[in-house]
Design a protein around this ligand. Structure first.
Ligand SMILES: NC(=O)c1ccc[n+]([C@@H]2O[C@H](COP(=O)([O-])OP(=O)(O)OC[C@H]3O[C@@H](n4cnc5c(N)ncnc54)[C@H](OP(=O)(O)O)[C@@H]3O)[C@@H](O)[C@H]2O)c1
Length: 324
């Protein structure tokens, strides 16, 4: 089977640091075109990762030698370019968030299915096997009945010109990092989650939210407390509390490829640490995407979860109390 020929729409920081190294190194992928609004930037990326530098995104979509595209654009642009890519019959690996609108997510998912194209949203942490270790502990009843989930993703402040400070590009903490704790709740408690309450803190200078919290309820009665922030000390963890114990995943979202993950299990008065061997979750995303293209293999990065994810983000925004 031939390699998947990839194009890139936008020379983003995340593309440079994480996804293009993973795409360029993957044996089932060939990077054939790198698009940017700025030809010099495209040339610098193409020099490092291969492929032809292309000025403009439309020109990448117009190429017959591109089977699939990676879309790492500001949140406000991801959905629009994903739509254009699907309409050009390209498979799409889109950065998170694909969209903050359930209706738009549903339309894009329907379009992808109608055109028989893969559509993946890059919540890459879902590809790390440490979460399957958590699944196994839950299924074995090691913490009893699941009562609550607590998840937080907070990152230190970015420079003032960062897209996360731009209201017109849908910047802010909910779109930038809030999707991770939401997705964690969806993964371990969903589907059918309700949003009981939320708070967003706004920066009056930029008009974007710099942090927030949400309270979710699951049909079975469990609750989720979620936190996210853009000008906070780093933290990317979650904890599940059951009737007889707790599971803590301290490095849930950005474990480096050489990191041995540690899962803490407390139950019936004892404490255990389970080690998960180092794993490159960005490489796993690429493998999952290729398998999705070739055989429609299921993946947590695609399917109805795209719509549920957008619905939750939309509801959090709709019910949130605002503060400064
Ligand atoms: N999955 C992950 O681990 C992860 C991590 C970080 C970020 N992300 C997501 O990846 C996306 C990019 O984030 P980033 O931090 O890499 O941002 P970034 O470096 O600012 O990249 C965004 C790119 O979008 C393009 N762009 C098109 N129109 C633009 C406009 N009006 N203003 C600014 N840029 C514009 C630019 O590419 P050209 O100039 O080349 O056209 C720019 O390089 C976001 O959706 C973010 O949520 C995902």
């Amino acid at each position: 089977m031939g390699r998947v020929r990839m194009g890139v729409l936008g020379c983003a920081d995340i593309a440079w640091r994480r996804m293009l190294p993973a795409l360029a190194a993957h044996p089932a992928v060939e990077v054939v075109a790198v698009g940017s609004r700025d030809g010099a930037k495209a040339a610098a990326f193409a020099e490092r990762f291969g492929g032809e530098p292309v000025t403009g995104y439309e020109a990448v979509l117009g190429r017959s030698d591109v089977d699939a595209v990676y879309v790492p654009l500001p949140p406000a642009l991801n959905a629009g370019w994903t739509r254009r890519a699907l309409e050009a019959d390209k498979h799409v690996l889109c950065e998170k968030p694909l969209t903050g609108s359930a209706r738009q997510a549903s339309e894009l998912w329907d379009l992808a299915r109608a055109r028989d194209r893969a559509l993946f949203e890059n919540y890459m942490f879902l590809c790390h096997p440490q979460h399957q270790v958590v699944d196994a502990l839950l299924a074995a009843g090691r913490i009893g009945q699941l009562r609550s989930l607590n998840a937080e993703f907070t990152i230190p402040g970015k420079p003032s010109d960062d897209i996360r400070h731009r209201r017109d590009l849908d910047g802010g903490a909910l779109t930038g990092v809030g999707g991770y704790p939401l997705r964690t709740a969806l993964r371990h408690l969903g589907p059918g989650l309700g949003v009981a309450g939320a708070h967003l803190t706004s920066d009056p200078r930029t008009g974007v939210d710099t942090g927030g919290a949400a309270l979710l309820t699951a049909p079975g009665g469990a609750v989720a407390q979620l936190g996210f922030g853009l000008e906070h000390a780093y933290r990317g963890r979650y904890e599940l509390t059951g009737s007889r114990g707790r599971i803590l995943v301290p490095r849930a979202y950005t474990p480096p490829a050489d990191h041995t993950a540690v899962i803490h299990l407390e139950h019936d008065g004892s404490h255990e640490e389970l080690l998960v061997p180092p794993h490159d979750q960005f490489r796993s995303v690429v493998t999952a995407f290729v398998e999705g293209i070739r055989s429609g293999a299921p993946s947590p990065l695609t399917g109805g979860a795209l719509v549920e994810q957008a619905r939750l983000a939309e509801e959090v925004r709709a019910v949130a109390l605002r503060g400064r």
